[in-house]
Write a protein that binds this ligand. Structure first.
Ligand code: ASP
Length: 304
């Protein structure tokens, strides 16, 4: 075992939503802010569920709140690539019809998760890239934004630090995701990110890849991942964790086992949130931190 794996779970209920705000190493003084941001998003998502909305609507809503929060590496506040540009990745999936939608390397839009949702609803293709994703977004009525509006001082500082010698593989640790189960038993997952700080132009991570960053199947559960995207893709982490739940593992054990596997097999770190088909949730990380929050008809919790 190369990394220490932290995990928890076992709680939840019929209507439950869990979010993460990225695996990484958030400075101690900033941890309460990240937990509070996650809790705000989880509450918004849980409100959708309480009002009778679907798990799919709930995960989209929760991720949208986190995309709009400049604290997190998604939408506004996303990290910058090697040219100082924003290229966004996002995906969303529901576990009944196994419908999914995703966008990657998308520039100039503030809410990629909503565009991924539009792809899911449109149904013709699952994943749209770069200028094709932007064209799809415009066709579906989304308005482009000035890229400068998405760029924060913190994102500029992180790029400058990376370009002054921090390892080029360091990832941002502020990707966002959500998983949920609604009263009808529908499960859903969504993930959104700016990817890695100082990534090459055109680099696409795990977050928009169904099976790597996001997966949902009502027969087993739903998962969203964060961390070293190249490893998440190579181990198909989200789908693998869902398969562990299908085979009988609880959400917490499935989350722990897949993060242990990522560490043992590839020596890489990350985190996952998972929910099983009954609405019990679990989470795991091998990084120093992963902000998270959960809310539902049973109560709420958050942590880092
Ligand atoms: N998984 C994301 C990526 O590699 C980064 C992260 O979760 O922080 O694009």
């Amino acid at each position: 075992m190369k990394h220490v794996i932290h995990h928890l779970g076992g709680r939840g209920g019929e209507r439950t939503l869990v979010v993460h705000g990225g695996a990484g190493d958030v400075a101690p003084e900033r941890r309460p802010l990240h937990a509070a941001g996650c809790l705000r998003a989880a509450r918004e998502g849980a409100r959708v569920l309480a009002e009778g909305g679907s798990a799919l609507d709930a995960v989209e809503r929760a991720v949208r709140v986190l995309e709009d929060d400049p604290l997190f590496n998604a939408g506004t506040g996303a990290c910058l690539n090697e040219e100082g540009r924003v290229e966004l990745d996002a995906s969303i999936m529901e576990g009944r019809g196994l419908r999914a939608g995703a966008v990657c390397a998308l520039a100039g839009f503030a809410a990629p998760i909503a565009i991924a949702r539009a792809a899911l609803e449109d149904g013709r293709h699952v994943l749209y890239a770069a200028h094709g994703a932007a064209r799809f977004a415009r066709e579906k009525g989304f308005s482009p934004v000035d890229e400068a509006a998405l760029v924060t001082e913190a994102a500029r500082a992180a790029l400058a630090a990376a370009q002054q010698g921090q390892p080029a593989t360091s990832w941002a640790g502020g990707t966002v995701g959500a998983v949920a189960r609604d009263a009808s038993g529908l499960t859903a997952a969504a993930t959104s990110t700016g990817g890695m700080v100082n990534k090459r132009v055109g680099r696409v991570g795990d977050s928009p890849i169904v099976g790597a960053g996001t997966y949902a199947d009502d027969e087993a559960g739903a998962v969203s991942t964060t961390g070293h995207g190249e490893g998440m893709i190579r181990l198909a982490v989200a789908r693998s964790a869902v398969e562990r739940m299908r085979a009988g593992s609880g959400a917490a054990e499935a989350a722990r086992a897949i993060i242990a596997h990522l560490s043992e097999r590839l020596g890489m770190t990350g985190g996952v949130i998972a929910i099983d088909r009954e609405g019990r949730f679990g989470l795991s990380r091998s990084t120093a931190t992963m902000s998270w929050a959960a809310a539902g008809d049973w109560g709420e919790e958050s942590g880092v």
